[in-house]
Design a protein around this ligand. Structure first.
Ligand code: GTP
Ligand code: MG
Length: 178
């Protein structure tokens, strides 16, 4: 018997960190330098043949960075089972915002058991080696553990670095829950 699982995954993080680009890369294998801010929320779907009896419908909720200042996130987060929290390696302020997003998430949604949603941290734009934090990026193993992320990755939507790996890590953690 085939079973189908619908997984709602949130993609959050500050303005311009690359959330939409990561999703476009993952779902459509495209990248554009052109920036158009997401308004509210956008959606994308990726179907994964997980194992011989499980098909996953991965519903990606692409939440606009500017929504951190609004009061809609509680509505968007409802029934989510995991999250990608993204920052831009070239802009330190977006790294500082990571914990604000994580706190917003954990205060508004949890698993049925009351446990926090599995979340993976993405240090995006790792192709920009010469700028900002990139050259002196510390390893985030301790940070990630201390703040309850199930893992972290340096990613590039532009070069297609670690996007699949980061999302696979999240899905594996979600699927391990039950
Ligand atoms: P909001 O919708 O405003 O919250 O932004 P966002 O997080 O969706 O960012 P978006 O994906 O629109 O990307 C913002 C800008 O960064 C765009 O110009 C992208 O081309 C660029 N960008 C995204 N990912 C990467 C990356 O991995 N490397 C480089 N060099 N640029 C990137
Ligand atoms: Mg966007």
């Amino acid at each position: 018997m085939q079973q189908e699982r619908l997984l709602k995954v949130l993609v959050i993080g500050d303005l311009g960190v690359g959330k939409t680009s990561i999703i476009k890369r993952y779902v459509h294998q495209i990248f554009s330098q052109h920036y158009r801010a997401t308004i509210g929320v956008d959606f994308a779907l990726k179907v994964l043949n997980w194992d011989h009896r499980t098909v996953i419908r991965l519903q990606l909720w692409d939440i606009a960075g500017q929504e951190r200042y609004g009061n809609m996130t509680r509505v968007y987060y409802r029934e989510a089972v995991g999250a990608l929290v993204v920052f831009d390696m070239t802009r330190a302020s977006t790294f500082q915002a990571v914990l604000k997003w994580k706190k917003d998430l954990d205060s508004k949604v949890a698993l049925g058991s009351g446990r926090p949603l599995p979340a993976v941290l993405l240090a995006n734009k790792c192709d920009q080696q010469r700028y900002g934090l990139c050259s002196k990026m510390p390893k985030l193993d301790n940070f990630s553990r201390d703040h309850n992320f199930v893992g972290w990755y340096e990613t590039s939507a532009k070069d297609n670095t670690n996007i699949d790996a980061a999302i696979m890590c999240l899905v594996q953690n979600i699927m391990a829950i039950d």
